[in-house]
Write a protein that binds this ligand. Structure first.
Ligand SMILES: Nc1ncnc2c1ncn2[C@@H]1O[C@H](COP(=O)(O)OP(=O)(O)OP(=O)(O)O)[C@@H](O)[C@H]1O
Ligand SMILES: [Mg+2]
Length: 402
């Protein structure tokens, strides 16, 4: 949820029980229903006060009154966020509601968590479309994994370094705000962190941000996670969006290492990203969670072509075949990373395996992932044998479907 509470106005159509709808809405310090209006006049009068961030219109079926209200709201308050809470799926109503100006529609019954997630997505998407197109050219890659310990940090640190080794300017952000360990994996002292950035006075610009980005010997600049878990809450979605915009204007690649799951910060980062690297492991529990993660991205309308699937600890001895994986996930993994005893050793030494053991299988897998993202290097592209062996880069610019 955004850093300040969302103020919502609930407009209830005849035939809808306001108490039932109110009970379905989130109830926490991040979300307040300022009033419940039971007519179009009452709704428009509340909106005139300008204190509402979000209008929720609850209706029972196909409702011309609701469509008229949506149309008036859209004309009088074109920038207002509007979500319809519908019941049943009356013929043609959803399309008409979107045409009349609804930004999103959630069908009831839904849990408060589902509604909170939809509201967060709607507000994040709206803010994104309002942002100046600062640094649109750079790629922002969100490294995700639905569960802890799948290899997200291992992947993001090694791919960041592999991209830098190919001559790109790269920034790596540790978004695991409570337990981030990018600094450890890169052997960097956690001198200045994103918490210090959040605490520092004055507006954020490139000059200021640079002072908080220590440089790794590979050239990768990093924004390090807070030193203590209690400092995590100081880093809000607003700051992250600013940081992403400035970084995309100043680097070719911005990688984001994330905590497990779809937290509010992760959703904000997905919304700002052009590509996703989903890291799963080769066991049935992890595959199930990876599938759930991919389905969540689909619900968020993320283009599957912009999602790279990495399977970590992948080797043939676990009794799951490539075709089992494809049957569960509905697609083949792009990169397989084998289990390797060298990996924990390089993590402990704070030297990514692409530097410490560049000829090892995992290092080659990370380099292939960098190549898949960025395309072959200039030398490889002009060397026929190498070019033929190089994976086709997927050419895309933005992660969201239009
Ligand atoms: N392929 C592998 N072979 C051997 N060890 C591995 C492999 N992948 C990961 N590990 C080890 O597993 C541990 C967890 O990896 P990593 O920190 O990258 O996971 P994560 O997804 O970032 O975890 P978290 O969700 O806790 O942030 C690391 O200590 C790493 O050394
Ligand atoms: Mg991690």
């Amino acid at each position: 949820m955004p850093s300040r509470p969302v103020k919502a106005l609930l407009s209830v159509e005849p035939g809808v029980d306001p108490v039932e709808v109110r009970d379905a809405l989130p109830s926490d310090e991040n979300f307040t229903v300022v009033a419940v209006a039971s007519s179009a006049e009452e709704t428009l009068s509340w909106l005139r006060d300008g204190i509402v961030d979000l209008l929720l219109v609850a209706c029972a079926g196909y409702s011309d009154r609701a469509l008229l209200l949506l149309d008036s709201v859209h004309r009088q308050h074109p920038d207002l966020n509007v979500m319809v809470l519908g019941q049943g799926s009356p013929n043609g109503f959803l399309t008409r509601a979107f045409e009349a100006g609804a930004d999103d529609i959630v069908m009831l019954p839904a849990t408060p968590e589902q509604i909170r997630f939809e509201i967060h997505k709607l507000l994040a998407r709206k803010r994104k479309s309002e942002q100046p197109s600062l640094g649109e050219g750079a790629r922002l890659v969100c490294v995700l994994g639905p569960k802890g310990g799948t290899g997200k940090t291992l992947t993001s640190t090694n791919v960041a370094v592999a991209l830098a080794q190919r001559g790109h300017s790269v920034a790596l952000i540790d978004l695991d705000l409570q337990f981030g360990d990018v600094a450890l994996c890169l052997g960097l002292p956690p001198e200045r962190t994103v918490y210090d950035l959040a605490q520092s006075p004055g507006a954020l610009d490139w000059d200021k941000l640079q002072a908080f980005l220590p440089q790794h010997s590979s050239g990768v600049r990093t924004l390090i996670a807070p030193r203590r878990p209690d400092q995590a809450s100081a880093v809000g979605a607003e700051l992250l969006r600013e940081v992403y915009a400035i970084m995309r204007a100043n680097f070719e690649w911005v990688l984001v290492d994330t905590p497990p799951g779809f937290t509010a910060e992760v959703i904000t980062s997905i919304d700002s990203s052009t590509d996703i690297v989903m890291v799963g492991m080769l066991d049935s529990l992890s595959l199930k969670n990876t599938k759930l993660g991919l389905e969540t991205l689909e619900l968020m309308k993320y283009d599957p072509d912009d999602i790279y699937l990495v399977l970590n600890r992948a080797h043939s001895r676990v009794g799951i075949s490539q075709s089992d994986v494809e049957a569960v996930l509905g697609r083949a993994p792009d990169i397989l990373i084998p289990s390797d005893r060298e990996i924990p050793r390089t993590v402990n030494e704070g030297i990514p395996i692409v530097i410490a053991r560049p000829q090892s299988e995992p290092a080659e897998a990370f380099s292939r992932l960098a190549e898949l993202l960025a395309g072959p290097t200039a030398e490889a592209a002009t060397e026929p044998a190498l070019a033929a062996a190089a994976p086709e880069p997927k050419r895309r610019r933005f992660g969201r479907k239009a």
